[in-house]
Design a binder for this molecule. Structure first.
Ligand code: FMN
Length: 257
């Protein structure tokens, strides 16, 4: 009985893929609440996240505009995942007026707060899968936190990071490539990947994604994964402008490493 339950969980994890096309079948409120409860069961230290479900049609239109009409926004459920330094600061102040969040040096807390938000998100993602729903994490808010914050009227200290889209899948994509296990896992020592291993991974991932038509389907691009990643990480005048704006917003919100 117990091992069957374990296999069930593992199979849900092993078969998860990001879903970017959804049917408009509504997801009942009670199901969303079950997902949030599952998120809250993730390991935590400060529970420094706040989740805002976006249902208001005006807000949804505004977000669609800011997110360049991302097709994943066809999902019925949009959960805006925010890092909530505002509530965390208040909690710390109640416990100890001379706390680290009153300084601009708190790298440990910053990393831990981001980690717990990620763990919350993954629990919601896996719980969605277990209930037959698909999901994808979108990083539009992180790219324009000021814009999202204004559009949603968020108070200072609440940092919008991701939109988690959830709904009934309207596509059945294959599993996407990952590094071979030995690139991310070693025993007793750090194992340096060779250039050839990295390049060979990129070649294989390129071929797999091309056979799915991944970049053409979702980004309307006829480029390889390598070319796409190279553009994504390029240091240009535009990325400098965006990164600096995000850095200023995070600092103003109290998030520093
Ligand atoms: C931090 C983070 C941000 C992401 N942002 C986006 C995004 O903005 N748009 C998108 O389509 N997918 C986004 N994804 C999903 C990844 O593209 C996806 O997980 C990856 O391509 C692997 O595919 P799979 O989830 O199907 O295995 C994001 C994933 C993570 C972890």
């Amino acid at each position: 009985m117990r091992s069957r339950a374990k296999r069930g969980t593992l199979s849900v994890i092993a078969n998860r893929r990001s879903i970017r096309l959804f049917s408009d079948t509504p997801v009942p409120d009670e199901v969303v609440e079950v997902l949030i409860d599952a998120g809250q069961r993730a390991p935590c230290v400060f529970q420094s996240y706040t989740v805002i479900r976006i249902t208001d049609q005006n807000m949804r239109s505004r977000i669609r505009e800011m997110a360049d009409d991302d097709p994943a926004l066809s999902a019925p459920v949009w959960l805006l995942l925010c890092l909530d330094l505002r509530r965390t600061r208040r909690l710390f102040d109640l416990i100890n007026e001379r706390n680290v969040l009153r300084t601009d040096r708190h790298p440990i807390e910053t990393v831990e707060m981001l980690t717990e938000l990620a763990m919350f998100a993954e629990n919601v993602i896996i719980a969605s899968e277990a209930m037959g729903l698909g999901s994808v994490l979108l990083d539009w808010p992180l790219r324009d936190p000021e814009g999202f914050s204004k559009a949603l009227g968020l108070p200072e200290g609440v940092i919008p990071l991701y939109i988690l889209c959830i709904g009934q899948p309207r596509e059945n994509p294959p599993l996407r490539p990952r590094f071979p296990r030995e690139l991310v896992y070693s025993v007793d020592r750090y194992r340096e990947a060779t250039d050839e291993e990295l390049l060979s991974y990129l070649r294989e991932a390129d071929a797999e994604l091309r056979s799915e038509g991944y970049l053409r389907k979702y980004a309307d691009l006829d480029v390889s994964l390598t070319e796409y990643l190279s553009l994504k990480v390029a240091n240009t005048k535009e990325t400098e402008r965006v990164e600096s704006a995000v850095q200023r917003f995070l600092k103003k919100s109290g998030l520093t490493v």
